[in-house]
Design a protein around this ligand. Sequence first.
Ligand SMILES: NC(=O)c1ccc[n+]([C@@H]2O[C@H](COP(=O)([O-])OP(=O)(O)OC[C@H]3O[C@@H](n4cnc5c(N)ncnc54)[C@H](O)[C@@H]3O)[C@@H](O)[C@H]2O)c1
Length: 439
Amino acid sequence: MEKFNICVVGAGYVGLVTGTCLAELGHRVVCVDSDPRKLKALKARKIPIYEPGLDTLFLRNIREGRLHFAASVDEGMHHQGRRAQVVFIAVGTPPRADGSADLSAVEAVAEAVARNMRDYTVLVDKSTVPVETGEWVSKTVARHNKKGVAYDVVSNPEFLAEGTAMNDFLKPDRVVLGVTSPRAEAVMRKVYAGIKAPVLVTDVKSAELIKHASNSFLATKISYINAVAAVCEKVGADVTLVAKGMGLDRRIGDKFLRPGLGFGGFCFPKDLEAFYWISKQKGFDFRLLKEVKDVNDFAKTWVLRKVEENLWNLEGKTVALLGLAFKPNTDDMRFAPSVDIARMLKDRGVRLRGCDPVAAANAKALPAFKGMVFCRDPYECVKGADAMAVLTEWEPFRTLDMKRVRRLLRVPLVLDGRNLYDPAAMRAAGFTYCSVGRP
Ligand SMILES: NC(=O)c1ccc[n+]([C@@H]2O[C@H](COP(=O)([O-])OP(=O)(O)OC[C@H]3O[C@@H](n4cnc5c(N)ncnc54)[C@H](O)[C@@H]3O)[C@@H](O)[C@H]2O)c1
C-alpha cells in the first residue's frame, strides 16, 4: 500500500500519538510544534507528556527513520527535501470566555500550509472544531494559495482517550472521514490502510458534528448517572446497583455510567460548551447541554458538601486529596475537577495536602493548588488530616493499607469520590465513610 509524507502540526496529546501511530503504519511523519521546550524534548527523544505505551513506538519509529520533528510548518512540509502530501492539524482549540472555541491556531496553520503547498495537498483537521470550521479552513487556504495549487480539506475527528490513546488510535471503533472529493477520500483511505476499523465517509460538516455530538453525548451520560446518584443519596438507594440494572439493557450499555465528581479534561467540558455555543449561534438553543454542565458543576461540589456535613466548621481543617489528574493514567490537569474542588475548599479556609502518581508536577504550576502541601504518596498525604478525599481512581489507591491510613488520619473520615472501596468493609475498619450515591 502507498505510503505518504505526512506533516502533523501540533505535537501534544493528540498530535504526538497521531504522528507516532502513522509512522508505525509505515508513513514518513514530521511532527511540528511551536513550543520550543516541547520541540527540544522531542528532538532529544524525550516524550513531554505521560501516555502509557507511547514510548516504545516513539523510539522505534525515530530509530527507523520514519518519525521526525520540526519547528515550523515551513520546515515540516519540506523536511529533508520531501514534500508533505498530507498535513494534519492537531493544534489546541481551547475555550474562549464565552464558551466558543478559539480557532486562531487552526487558522494560523491553514495559512502556513497554503503558503507551503507545491502540489496537490490534503489538509486534514484532526483538532476538535465546531461545525463549519472546514469551510473556514478552505477559505483561508484559498486566500493564501497564491500559486493556485490543488488541495482538499478533510475533517477526520479523533476519538482517542488519554491513558489508552495508543490502543484507541490503532484499534479505533471507527474512522470518520469528512471529505469533499473522491481524490481526498482515496488518499485518506490509504493513510489509514493499516487500521482495521469501519470507515465512515461523510461530508465535512457531518464529520465535525459527529465529534461534538459524541463527546456531548458521553458527557450527558456521566451527568445523567451523577444526577441519579444525587437522588440515590436522598432516598438511601445504591447508584451502583441502579447503574448495573440500567447497563444490562443493551440499548443503554454499561459504559460511562460510573458516578463520581464530574467530568473534566481537555475535551468534554470545552466541547460541550462549544457545541452549545455553535448550536445557539446557528439558531438552536440546545438547553439540554446547559443542564449537563449544571449537573457537572453540582457533582464537583460533592467533596465540599461532605466535608461540611461531617466536620462542621471548615476553617483550619485539613483535607488530603488523593489524585489530582482528571482521570487515571494521565498527567493532564486541564479542567480537572480537582482544580475546582481545591479552590472551593481553600476559599472556605481548608488546608490542603495532595498527591498524584504522575500529575503532581503539572498541578504544582496551577494557582488553585498554591499553598497545598504536595506529598510523595497517599500515606504521607493523609498524615494528620481531618479527612481523606479520593478524587482520581488511580489503581494504587484501590489497595491502600487502610489500617495504616486509619492510624495516620487525625479524624477517620474518608470521602470516596470515585467509589473505590466497599462501604461495609470501610465501616468495619472504623472509618466514617461516604461514597457517591451509595448508602
Ligand atoms: N487530549 C485528548 O484526549 C483529545 C482527544 C481527542 C481530540 N482532542 C482534540 O485535539 C486537539 C489537540 O488537543 P491536545 O490535547 O493534543 O492539545 P495539546 O495542547 O496537548 O497539543 C496542542 C499542541 O499544539 C501546539 N501548537 C499550538 N499552536 C501551534 C501552531 N500554530 N503551530 C504548531 N504547533 C502549535 C502546542 O504547542 C501543543 O503542543 C484539540 O482540538 C482537542 O480538543 C483531544
